[in-house]
Design a protein around this ligand. Structure first.
Ligand code: FUC
Length: 794
């Protein structure tokens, strides 16, 4: 089956009906085997829990079905559910290419080649950057407020709120006035609603008033017959682009016993035994150029369908659908008594206590967060996944594609969540179209381009300051995820469907790479090494930074490999291979570091501890640099990492973990991981702190733990490449490696105990542990068991 077969239109998605069960086959029968095998750790190890309600948003806990989400505060007398729908962004369809850009670019290029970087930046600011200069922000939809009249303080020690990340369920429990209360929240992918259930240990004890508000500018809320509350509005304008979306949040109250009274904008329940609240949300967004959807019809349909099911059915189906993916992987890094403490206390103790299970919880939570923020048919996970209460969130809560969006998807393939990549692939299909317009009108080039950000409307022109935005590599980097999807799953039909996009990404560079007058290498210009001021002038603008060259090598290599699989385009392959040979190679500078730029400027950079480590892309996520094939370059990367230092923003800290893992220094990676999991980089709700909240660090951290335990590079599978001494005994099951492989492993006393590797399609792989290497030819679907650190086969 191909990914194409699963492409779910937004229409089907919002109409409900789960596609996930079928998707478990996606591109890798190996995934199925993992599902059957999945075993979880000790009870409670899949739990975030607290002894007090959330006060701040970063203490509240996220539920989501990929499309709609809620942050649950767990209040006693008042509960707040902060609500999101993933297509509620500012503005409407727009194309921001600056009409003056094409004419101005030759002069910008010339200034850069002449070393007049500040002048190049000034000209780019005036004539090249997008209009508007900013993209549209992702925004909050509203709040559902539940007020519980007459409810007293909980009895001492009785309060607990928890997020069960295995069942995808939030529960608040407490005892007040001698009565036990329990409130449960789930976000259902099958039923496309958020469902809340309120119950009490005494008949008639549930009383609640419901009201709604929105951070949007234009909205109304009213109570409707049928015990409904309707929040309806239009989205905000953004940077001069008029709002073009209608949205609705529809809430239905279903009571067991008791009475319901409707106010103008309030629904009140009294004397009930139990209450179910269903929340549906939708906008009129259909795709980046079509806003003709009908949120009224969608939310009505969803509420009508979900109302026919008891809460328990919705919650159980939510758990089943979630577990079908979540339970493919299990992890055990050891457990101490720390694991019995509330989650916020454990985060506070990350750097002082011995709590290996905190790292496994972070790993599991990363998988939970991707499953709940990116499902087939939804938008990809943005800078905040889908959880955002603001109308002007940091960096617009968009898709920053000079690292952040890519990092979101790093754990998807290795930790067996290939379906979760579908929204990213769908977005790449879109920006290949909008980016073709940008390539043509801005550069006069074939193919397509996306600069360092995109949004719901798939804008691809360069935004923000030229020193951040004038970077033509975002689309090329994203395209590598198209290849990875194939390389892990090996579905040739899918590959054929994305090949034109890979080819288009290459064509853009065949047309725009220019010869560096000093060296003769072919380089990008204008470009930059994200977003690092090189100190020659006050800018980052330059020609041919190392990262661009590395991304292009990876892109040309992947495209040539894809053409090879599809037996197509031999002449084109010759062309890109030839161009690959003209790119600047990775080089070592005067400090022994990997040079970040065409010139040895690393020591001149304005901030030598800069968060971005763009030029180390070649070691991770790519592998063109690695300790086996390019030991000198790997040593240079190490030097660069030492100069940069370990502490950085959340995502940048997470990247460093992956890099040290690729350098096979598990203890160093682990030290950084403990910092990432500590209170400076992790909020009480375990969301990554850039700061502020940015979800990429969660996903980068999940990937980092994976890279410490298993690395899949080409046809090589490296077991325990960077096992830290802090995790002497443990196991991980259900990981995936390239070539439709699945890997289970366990270790004892810091050495491999047993590994089980199976490839759904067969093929030859080098399995490695320490210095021991075995070349094994696998039969499709037949597992090979390797025992002990010397990889004995039976
Ligand atoms: C890049 C980073 C910032 C931030 C933003 C969303 O621009 O340099 O640190 O993560 O993306």
């Amino acid at each position: 089956m191909s990914l194409e077969d699963f492409a779910v239109s937004r229409r089907e998605l919002v109409a409900g009906g789960s596609t996930i069960a079928a998707l478990s086959l996606l591109g890798a029968p190996g995934v199925e085997a993992a599902t059957a095998q999945g075993v979880q750790g000790a009870p409670g190890d899949d739990m975030l829990w607290y002894r007090q309600p959330a006060k701040e948003w970063t203490e509240a806990l996220p539920v989501g079905n990929g499309r709609i989400g809620a942050m649950v505060f767990g209040g006693v007398a008042e509960e707040r559910l902060q609500l999101n729908e993933d297509t509620l962004w500012g503005g409407g369809p727009y194309d921001p290419v600056n009409p003056q850009a094409k004419a101005a670019l030759p002069e910008v290029r010339k200034l850069i080649f002449e070393g007049r970087y500040d002048e190049a930046q000034a000209l780019a600011k005036e004539k090249v950057m997008a209009r508007p200069l900013r993209q549209m922000p992702y925004q909050g939809l509203g709040d559902l407020k539940l007020t519980f009249p007459g409810l007293g303080e909980p009895e001492a020690g009785s309060y607990r709120r928890e997020l069960d990340i295995d069942a995808a369920r939030h529960t608040t429990r407490f005892r007040a006035g001698g009565v036990d209360y329990e409130r449960t929240v789930v976000a259902s992918p099958a039923d496309q609603v958020i469902a809340v259930h309120l119950k009490a240990g005494k008949r008639g004890a549930v009383a609640v008033d419901l009201g709604m508000t929105s951070p949007q500018k234009a909205w109304t809320v009213k109570a409707l017959p049928g015990d409904e509350l309707l929040l309806a509005g239009t989205n905000n304008e953004g940077f001069g682009i008029a709002g073009a979306l209608k949205f609705q949040g529809r809430v239905k109250v279903i009571v067991g016993g008791g009475k319901v009274a409707l106010g103008a904008a309030q629904v009140s329940v009294s004397g009930a035994d139990e209450v179910t609240i269903l929340i549906a949300m939708a906008t009129s967004y259909r795709n980046y150029e079509d806003v003709s959807g009908d949120p009224e019809a969608i939310t009505k349909g969803q509420i009508a369908a979900a109302s026919r099911k008891p809460f328990r059915t919705i919650a159980e189906k939510t758990a089943t659908d979630h577990r079908a993916i979540y339970r493919r992987v299990s992890i055990d890094l050891g457990r101490t008594a720390e694991a019995d403490k509330p989650t916020d206390e454990r985060i506070r103790g990350s750097e002082s206590a011995t709590d290996p299970a905190l790292a496994s919880l972070y790993f599991r939570y990363g998988r939970y967060l991707l499953i709940t923020s990116s499902r087939p048919g939804t938008q990809p996970a943005n800078l905040q996944g889908i959880w955002n209460d603001s109308v002007s969130p940091p960096w617009g809560s968009k898709y920053t594609v000079n690292i952040n969006t890519e990092m979101n998807y790093w754990p998807a393939e290795p930790t067996a969540m290939p379906e979760m990549v579908e929204p990213l692939i769908a977005m790449i299909r879109d920006i290949a179209k909008t980016g073709a317009r940008t390539a043509k009108s801005m550069y006069g080039a074939r193919g397509w381009v996306c600069h360092h950000n995109t949004d719901l409307w798939r804008a691809t022109a360069p935004i923000d300051g030229a020193q951040f935005g004038l970077w033509p590599m975002g689309g090329a980097w994203l395209s590598l995820h198209l290849w990875d999807r194939y390389d892990y799953g090996r579905d040739a039909k899918y590959l054929a469907s994305v090949y034109p996009i890979l080819k288009g990404a290459c064509e853009f560079f065949l047309d725009t790479l220019v010869k560096d007058p000093k060296t003769g290498w072919m380089v990008t210009n204008p470009s930059l090494s994200p977003e690092n001021n090189h100190g020659h002038g006050d800018t980052s603008l330059c020609a041919g930074p190392t990262m661009d060259m590395q991304i292009l090598r990876a892109l040309f290599t992947a495209t040539a490999a894809a053409a090879g699989v599809l037996k197509t385009d031999a002449a084109f392959v010759t062309e890109i291979e030839a161009m690959k040979g003209k790119l600047i190679p990775n080089r070592i500078g005067a400090q022994g570091q990997l040079m970040e730029w065409k010139d040895d400027w690393d020591a001149d950079a304005k901030d030598i501890h800069h968060r971005h480590v763009s030029h180390l892309f070649g070691l991770f996520p790519d592998a063109q640099i690695n300790p086996d094939d390019t030991p000198e370059l790997a040593a240079a990367v190490k030097k660069s990492l030492e100069i940069r230092g370990d502490k950085a923003t959340g995502w940048a800290t997470a990247w460093r973990i992956n890099l040290w893992a690729r350098l096979r220094d598990g203890d160093h990676a682990h030290r950084i991981l403990r910092f990432l999991l500590g209170p400076e980089r992790t909020y009480p709700n375990m969301f990554d702190a850039h700061p502020p909240f940015q979800i990429d660090g969660n996903f980068g951290g999940t990937s980092g733990v994976t890279e410490m335990l298993m690395q899949s590079i080409g046809t090589k599978i490296h077991l325990l490449p960077a096992l830290p001494s802090a995790w002497p005994d443990g196991s991980i099951r259900g990981l995936r490696a390239r070539g439709a492989c699945m890997v289970d492993l366990s270790w004892k006393g810091g050495a491999l105990a047993q590994a089980r590797v199976v490839s759904a399609i067969g093929g030859t792989h080098e399995i490695r542990c320490g210095d021991i290497r075995r070349t094994i030819t696998f039969q499709p679907g037949k597992a090979v068991v390797l025992t002990g650190p010397d990889l004995r086969t039976a």
